[in-house]
Ligand binder design. Structure first.
Ligand code: ADP
Length: 304
């Protein structure tokens, strides 16, 4: 396992930021760490990267316990913190050299060239960080995270604050990196996970509420929450639909149709077909409403 988190808890004063969470990430996986603001994503990543200690539990990277040997872990990971703190007055190469010194890299010049090429910084390489667009600043952050050629990348909201073009460029860059690295990437943007990750871990109020492949997480929720659009040939009363066993919610929809959601396990298609026959009408249109990861996310993180 590249990352192993076991019963990890972090309490800041009175605030429990993460509560007994456990998960692991296998070599080569690209995992989306998804959750609303304040869910505990950054806290988990900071502990994992050895920047803050946990209150209890363990975090391991490549089998090394972060609490026991934070330096060894820092050598094996690349970490792009949220808000990407850069030194504005430094030139790109100067900043990377500064970081290479911290890592005590032997072939610093060579490694700097490698990361500049890898992150598409060549055209802007002579600029000061303060002169760069947000997208390019993020490339510098990624270049810094790649300097020590790490096996594991921990990226905290890597596209936050970027415009749509910059976002898609950075996503592309991360998608390329995912061919050779294990990546844990936090975000509150659902499409980002769908675009880049094979697995998603959803965290809400410090607890993990889902951990599965993107498609399974979507299915897990939609199977319990099937929704269809249906339209009958004749006028049908919404109240009579609502009375059907297994039907949870009925809403009027376009062209005199309805959006109907069913309880878990209910065979909605069969129920509605039977209803149409018994009501002496026919179904003119019926389609399943596909749940987006966005809807799944809202369902899992809604505060009850
Ligand atoms: P996320 O990255 O998912 O937005 P965070 O890990 O930053 O969430 O925060 C989780 C919770 O911990 C939030 O309620 C936040 O206010 C709180 N928190 C984070 N950092 C600190 C801190 N240094 N001191 C006190 N509370 C904090």
């Amino acid at each position: 396992m590249s990352i192993e988190i076991n019963q990890l808890t972090k309490v800041y004063g009175e605030q429990k930021a993460i509560n007994n969470i456990s998960f692991s990430v296998g070599t080569g996986e690209v995992v989306g760490f998804l959750g609303p603001n304040g869910a505990g994503k950054s806290t988990t990543m900071k502990i994992l990267s050895g920047f803050i200690p946990a209150t209890s539990g363990t975090a391991k990277v490549m089998g090394i316990d972060v609490a026991k040997d934070p330096l060894a872990v820092k050598k094996r990971i690349g970490y792009l913190p949220e808000l990407n703190p850069l030194y504005d007055d430094m030139f790109i190469v100067e900043y990377l050299q500064f970081n290479a010194d911290i890592y005590q890299l032997k072939n610093a010049k060579q490694e700097i060239e490698r990361v500049i090429n890898k992150t598409g910084l060549s055209v802007e390489r002579h600029k000061k960080i303060s002169q760069l667009s947000k997208g390019y600043r993020q490339r510098v952050g990624l270049a810094q995270a790649l300097l020590n050629n790490p096996d594991v990348l921990i990226l905290d909201e890597p596209t936050s604050g970027l415009d749509p073009n910059q976002m898609s460029e950075i996503r592309q860059l991360i998608a390329n990196l995912s061919k050779e690295k294990t990546i844990l990437l936090s975000t509150h943007i659902m499409q980002e996970v769908e675009a880049m990750c094979n697995r998603v871990i959803i965290i809400n109020r410090g607890s993990i509420v889902a951990d599965d492949t993107v498609s399974n997480v979507k299915q897990q929720i939609s199977s319990g929450n099937k929704e269809v659009y249906i339209r009958f040939r004749d006028v049908v009363d919404a109240a009579s639909l609502l009375q059907l066993q297994g039907v949870k919610k009925v809403e009027s929809a376009a062209e005199g149709g309805f959006t109907i959601s069913a309880n878990q396990g209910a065979d909605l298609a069969a129920i509605l077909f039977k209803f149409a026959v018994e009501s002496n009408t026919v179904i003119v249109e019926q389609k399943e409403i596909k749940e987006s990861l966005e809807a799944v996310f809202q369902e899992l993180t809604k505060n009850v």
